[in-house]
Design a protein around this ligand. Sequence first.
Ligand code: ADP
Ligand code: ASP
Ligand code: MG
Length: 413
Amino acid sequence: MTRRVLKFGGTSVGDLDRIAHVAGLVEADAAEGGGRAVVVSAMAGETDRLIGLTRAIAADSRVDVADEYDAVVAVGEQVAAGLLAMALRARGLRARSWTGAQAGLITDGPHAAARIAAWDAGAVGAAVDGGEIAVVAGFQGATRDGRISTLGRGGSDVTAVALAAALGAERCDVYTDVDGVYTTDPRIEARARRLDRISYEEMLEMASLGAKVMQTRSIELAMAHKVPVRVLSSLAGPGDDNPGTLICEEDAIMEKRIVSGVAYARDEALVSVLGLPNDPDRLAGVFARLGDAGINLDMIVHGRARTPHAVNVAFSVGRADLDRALALIDGAKAELGFELTETRTDLSKVSVVGVGMRSHASVAKVMFGALAEKGVGVDAVTTSEIKISALIPDDHTELAVRALHAAYGLDAA
Ligand code: ADP
Ligand code: ASP
Ligand code: MG
């Protein structure tokens, strides 16, 4: 029997009316035949509220409460799953809610940022094949010793794609508050266009560079297991024209374009280590300390210092990692022998993404030309085969996103 997984995000199940609306969408989809599993997020704002409660009671960061944090925040998804199952039954459908653990999702890794280790979806699969709609709480699972765990913010996307893979589903439909993946965040640029299709690779870059429409790890999973993912609107009515965006293999995309999208991420920080002796061991020492502490670096700028035999090296990190990174480097000042560190926290990152870049030389020219024309200064740059990112002052984020969107011809006509 064909199976399909549907996922609804927080805004889509934000109140009881929306949940009733979602039940109508699920009913219409199920009427096409085959088994249906539905993954839900917590009602909008609920996860933030629950996190706030844990912060209020566990203000002392020396006390380890990570496992209880998971026990608290996982509740949001359970509420939404139970309510949606009720709304489906109210329509005369057979439906039951499942917690992540009941659905067979086993995790490992740290609490609050667990990874999926295995998914024994046999029971869910049997239920959906028997015609019951399985409403699964996203974001949560259980450790091997049976404790509740959570997958990190935005984790319901991961649950949905992983369940689709475990069930061998034909597709994972991600219903959200926009009607697809856009050329950039439609909240910033009203001229952004919905893409009919986007490749896994491009979506992975867009997500990791800040486009929060899909959580990064969910796209890694979709790519690894070849799960077609469709992003579409939960605001449309059942039966409305709602094609969304298909995230799929690159060769299934006919439209040829150089740049597919522009992404941005706020909360970037740059640490400069100035006057480091020009010696490969010292340079290695800087990055060894950061790497050993599990701190992810993004951009690295390396150049000569004004004093002879010294270099300046700067690296960017997420603002959440800044204090730790700085403490590690400053703590090793004597061994590393640099003069001083400087930090900047008023930065964000804008990126252009597109598989067409592989074969086009002018992408950087257009990018830096557009930023220069708007007077946007660039503090660091990084590239991969299919993206270029620039670190810029954060008060220029919107300006830069719109300028790049226009420069690559992405604006809607
Ligand atoms: P959900 O609660 O359904 O998981 P999210 O808030 O996580 O929804 O993601 C949807 C939001 O992602 C949109 O409201 C939009 O503002 C934002 N977004 C950022 N970049 C893009 C993009 N390129 N295309 C579509 N939406 C985007
Ligand atoms: N409710 C969780 C969050 O807000 C998971 C999700 O919505 O995907 O991060
Ligand atoms: Mg989301």
